[in-house]
Design a protein around this ligand. Structure first.
Ligand code: RFL
Ligand code: PHB
Length: 389
């Protein structure tokens, strides 16, 4: 088989890139290790920046997001028993959309089916070849048979554990990493949200987040130990711990219910440089990971896809390699700013096991400064709604 761009991974990065390329007449095939149902079963991101929403529109897949997504003009930061609103709309005139990654993925999958582009699910043993030449190839097996795709470019959109990043020689790639000494235990529950906006809570016992997916579905998180097991957290124990970390008003409005999903995610900051090697381009979690505190992972995947899509359109339509040559530097410049913001949000809101009394006093004073300073709140708002592409 031959295609112009072989895309590895049918997560949001791969599907969005595929859709944008196809809309501009660039042929592409997506190879995904899992089934479509499996991909849709992963509960992940919930907050969409305007830039990512605009790209979804550009891909022709934004209709349901505009109908069902919730527009949030701010967030609330809770500490010392009180909540403080950061009003994005007032500070910088912008908002975010709360709409689940699962729904975005579904909309992109539907869009792809509608235009008839090919996705090969359950592709096993995907391997990348000749990426240093202008005739790269991808091999995979399916149903016991080995297949090969010849292409012009490969887009590695296969997440943190994928094969693409690993195909770049180790002497070329430089990894930057910070692993945090805690995780997030999250549940999904069919009960109305605790508040109209997201509550990010800093508490002596650890961080908590009250988020949502719709007016009737909540997504709730608490900071947990790295060695905690999901099975050891009953729903009752989860709600008890969450309540300890929230303010009185939030506790009153919290409606516990049976969890419909429960999982633990470790927290990590990671960047691999460069994001291009020969004809292989990395995008999204394949190249970088942020801790979820700033809600940036999916949004960074979208900005990578934006730069890559533009670069490939320039290559095919204007015969210019300038975009593909600049891709890694352009993407990384935005990636590092989001890494910084996510690290900062994580540092301000979590309880670090090794933190001293001094560290805790500094953390509290930083939060007090934040909610009392127009300049500090504006800086948070600007980063949270998303820096320009
Ligand atoms: P994905 O979503 O991991 O998709 C990669 C796909 O590649 C497939 N794959 C392979 N296919 C073929 N061959 C192989 N060898 C393969 N290896 C892997 C996988 O099966 C998968 O389908 O990466 P992508 O597309 O780059 O998307 C990134 C986002 O999923 C991620 O950044 C966000 O979910 C992060 N994130 C959040 N981001 C936000 O912007 N806002 C949020 O509010 C937010 N909350 C979160 C999050 C991530 C979380 N977890 C669990 C990590 C909350 C959590 C709890
Ligand atoms: C979510 O709703 O899953 C969510 C929201 C905000 C975050 C992280 C996760 O910062």
């Amino acid at each position: 088989m031959r295609t112009q761009v072989a895309i590895i991974g049918a997560g949001p990065s791969g599907l969005l890139l595929g859709q944008l390329l196809a809309k501009h007449g660039i042929d592409n095939v997506i190879l995904e290790r899992q089934t479509g149902e499996y991909v849709l079963g992963r509960i992940r991101a919930g907050v969409i920046e305007k830039g990512a929403a605009d790209l979804l529109d550009e891909a022709g897949c934004g209709t349901r997001m505009h109908r069902e997504g919730l527009i949030h003009d701010g967030i609330e930061i809770s500490f010392g028993g009180a909540r403080h609103r950061i009003n994005f709309k007032q500070l910088i005139g912008k908002s975010v959309i709360v709409y689940g990654q699962t729904e975005i993925t579904r909309d992109l999958m539907d869009g792809r089916s509608a235009i008839g582009s090919q996705t090969i699910y359950e592709a096993e043993d995907v391997s990348l070849h000749d990426i240093g030449t202008d005739k790269p190839k991808v091999r995979y097996s399916k149903g016991g048979q080995v297949h090969e795709i010849e292409c012009d470019f490969i887009a590695g959109c296969d997440g943190f554990h994928g094969v693409s990043r690993k195909s770049i020689p180790t002497d070329v790639l430089k990894n930057f990493e910070r692993v945090y000494p805690f995780g997030w235990l999250g549940i999904l529950v069919d009960k109305p949200p605790v508040s109209d906006e997201l509550i990010y809570a800093n508490h002596d016992r650890g961080f908590a987040l009250c988020s949502m997916r719709s007016p009737t579905r909540s997504r709730l998180y608490i900071q947990c130990r790295l060695d905690d097991k999901v099975e050891d957290w009953s729903d009752e124990a989860f709600y008890e711990e969450l309540k300890r970390r929230l303010d009185d008003e939030a506790i009153k409005r919290l409606q516990p219910g049976p969890s419909i999903e429960k999982s633990i995610a470790p927290l990590r900051s990671f960047v691999a440089e460069p994001m291009r090697h020969g004809r292989l381009f990395l995008a999204g979690d394949a190249a970088h990971i942020v801790p979820p505190t700033g809600a940036k992972g999916l949004n960074l995947a979208a900005s990578d896809v934006y730069y890559l899509w533009q670069a490939l359109v320039d290559f095919y339509k204007k015969k210019s390699s300038a975009g593909i040559d600049a891709y890694s530097a352009r993407a990384l410049s935005r990636v590092w700013k989001a890494e910084r913001f996510s690290w900062w949000m994580t540092s301000q809101l979590h309880r670090f096991p090794e933190s001293s009394g001094f560290d805790q006093k500094i953390q509290r004073s930083e939060l007090e400064y934040l909610v009392s300073s127009q300049a500090a709140m504006t800086a948070l708002a600007e980063n949270y709604v998303g820096l320009p592409y």
